[in-house]
Ligand binder design. Sequence first.
Ligand SMILES: [Zn+2]
Length: 384
Amino acid sequence: MIPLRRPRRPMIATVEQRDAHGTAVRLDTGRGHFTAETSASVPIDTGVAPWVPATYALAMRVADSLELRAGTGVTGHVDREQRAGAAAAGAMFASWFPEVDAVPMEAGLAGNDIVRVPRDGRGVGCFFSLGVDSFHAVRKHRDEITHLIFVLGMDLDEHDGSAAALATERARAAATELGKELIVVRTTVRRVSDPLRVPWPRLYFGPALAHVALCLAPTLSAVIVPSSPPITSRHGSHPYVDPLWSSSRVRIVHDDDDAWRPTKIAEIADWAPAMRFLRVCYQEQAETYNCERCFKCVSTALCIRVAGGSSAALSPDVSPETIRAMPLAPEHTDRVEWIRDRLREQGDDPSVLAALDDAIAGAHRRSRLQGIAERVNEEIYLRL
Ligand SMILES: [Zn+2]
């Protein structure tokens, strides 16, 4: 059966210059008009280049082609590297994700800046959400990194009020302690990708990061993207895809570290800046820095406990009640079993070990019930 798909039209992306610190794009998608804006605490590239990944990944979902304009009726220019890279990234996404197609990009050819711009004194940036992956990448590359990039509008939005303000303040304090300059970026790209149903963590997260990296061309010649999911998973930010969004001005480097999360935590658990400023919680409307109740908070705190670390931001002294109340999905039981086995080897508190046993047993029970419910549903469906 041929799946029904809404007819697609060309998407026109018109880049609008705001000021030296801000850029915007107006999108005519055939499903309405949208505007996305990005601004930074440093001067940014206000040209077409930064908008290539951000608009191309949207066009793949909703349009049959992308036309880039540098102003009303004026063709936008994209350099050869970026054109070839976007086509390769698009082909890879199209082979991974059934909801997107590789689409042609219409734009003029820009001169190549590697030839035009002599080597300059620009720096090396690293995305810095204050999470485990960020601290792990920063510790590994701390000699090369000159700037840390903190973004509002991705996992954390300014709409989140005091949580966003607190995280920004901690990012600034952490950067000062690490001797790096902090760049704060605000973007509304997600307010366009969400309504167009381009899945955020699974797909659009990577192109959105690439967009921010390319915006910072006046300050940075390379930007490191900390690794997150394992290399085997198909994900919008991936070591094969991220570098393809590079332009001739900014090299995007995915930190090729396929370490398991507990291993990464062990590798930063003895590092004071990480333990002071670590932020792992993405609970919506969290008014606290880390909620210390969700799976991410509790499992990270327990991994710090396994590594023998201590953290003011996320205490490894987790109570048995908190462990029992932790929402534990079946796919995460492996990690919790690993934590329990390590803590048992270390002769940890029996009440904590018993709580971990209960949490794991509960997750297995829920998984079995879910399996039964799915089979019953299937039975009913087949009999209808
Ligand atoms: Zn939390």
